[in-house]
Design a protein around this ligand. Structure first.
Ligand SMILES: [Zn+2]
Length: 367
């Protein structure tokens, strides 16, 4: 994530901290040390309040990190690479390199974070309870109680059944498991996220206007709603991609041509076909790339007879391969992972039969 400070790495996962979080942390420490703590546990020194507040907030952010590590480690165990964990304004994010390939994996990864938070709430609560005869009514007892409560709140809040929150992912996993369609499942969970986000946003505005709440609730509601809107659009797009057919996205490959042909020459050769087609380009060592009949339009009509096709050729290095009958969403995922924008399609006999431009395909699917 942008503007983050690298803290180190855990289990091979880089851990970073967003600058804005330092401001929030300072605000929390101030709030505790100069307000809540002296009111709740009077009689201690100012230094004690500040040290205890700093420790409490550091452990609070440590708890958020542990929550994210829960997601990250379970993701790793399910064969998914974790690119980074970043702590930021509204909590943390574990950035996964790819998506879970089963409803079960989606469920395990989603539930792991809240499970860690519940465990931490229980741990701090148990220590607080057991030690209370010794430390009851002290600043230390307050800090333990505080950590038990914030971890409990973290678990409960994240389990709201509203994507992009963890509870929304659990809901999506359940719907996916039942229906077999991961994209429509995610779209439904994101729809719930839009509703819950709007409700939090609305309540935040009411509380803010009546002087009972901070602007934080409004920001939180807005964040959930916009995250959910983004997820819902993405899920709907992927669903369209998944159900669209490779065969209809594919331009058939025709006979190979040589370099040195002008764009207007290519235009003339494509004219007899009633659909876009793609020409393999012969080079000294076999086929060296593909040129599509649709690429003609990138050259101005007045210049087509003096421009050679060489600039329109997509070289082999830019291709990923696919098999006839493969699911389009799988092909798109694979091309994205390899950072390729063009697909060459093979038939069951291993012959090259078609070409797909992913840019063209995705913009058509998005429309
Ligand atoms: Zn989480």
């Amino acid at each position: 994530m942008r503007q983050s400070i690298r803290l180190g790495s855990i289990a091979g996962i880089p851990v970073g901290l967003n600058w804005g979080l330092l401001l929030i942390a300072a605000f929390y420490v101030f709030n505790l040390a100069a307000g809540i703590l002296p009111l709740s546990v009077p009689g201690a020194s100012t230094t004690t309040y500040w040290i205890a507040s700093t420790v409490a907030v550091v452990f609070f952010f440590g708890s958020i990190l542990a929550h994210e590590l829960g997601h990250a480690l379970v993701a790793q165990r399910n064969g998914i690479k974790v690119n980074a964990i970043t702590l930021w304004l509204l909590g943390g994010v574990a950035q996964l390199d790819s998506e879970p390939d089963s409803a079960g994996a989606e469920f395990r990864i989603a539930i792991a974070g809240p499970a860690v938070s519940v465990a931490l709430a229980a741990l701090f609560g148990a220590i607080w309870f057991v030690a209370s005869p010794l430390i009851g009514g002290t600043v230390l007892s307050f800090v333990l109680g505080y950590l038990a409560i914030v971890n409990g709140v973290l678990a409960v809040f994240n389990m709201l059944p509203a994507a992009p929150l963890d509870g929304g992912r659990v809901l999506a996993a359940a719907l996916w498991w039942r229906s077999g369609n991961r994209h429509t499942a995610r779209a439904s969970a994101a729809r719930a996220g839009q509703l819950v986000g709007s409700m939090i946003l609305g309540l935040g505005v009411v509380f803010f206007l009546t002087g009972q709440g901070s602007i934080f609730t409004i920001i939180l509601g807005w964040f959930i709603r916009s995250g959910a809107t983004h997820e819902r659009r993405r899920a709907q797009r992927l669903d369209r991609v998944s159900t669209s057919d490779l065969a209809s996205a594919m331009q058939p490959l025709v006979a190979p041509i040589n370099r040195g042909i002008t764009v207007s020459g290519l235009e003339a050769m494509s004219a007899s076909y009633d659909q876009p087609i793609a020409f393999p380009l012969s080079g000294p060592t076999g086929v060296s790339g593909i040129v599509s009949s649709t690429a003609v339009h990138t050259t101005r009509p007045s210049e087509r007879h003096v421009t050679f096709i060489d600039d329109l050729v997509v070289p082999w290095e830019d291709f990923t391969s696919a098999r006839v009958g493969e699911d389009m969403s799988v092909i798109v995922d694979r091309a994205r992972a390899a950072d390729k924008h063009h697909v060459i399609v093979y038939d069951l006999m291993g012959r090259q039969v078609g070409y797909v431009s992913l840019v063209g395909f995705l913009s058509a699917a998005a429309g």
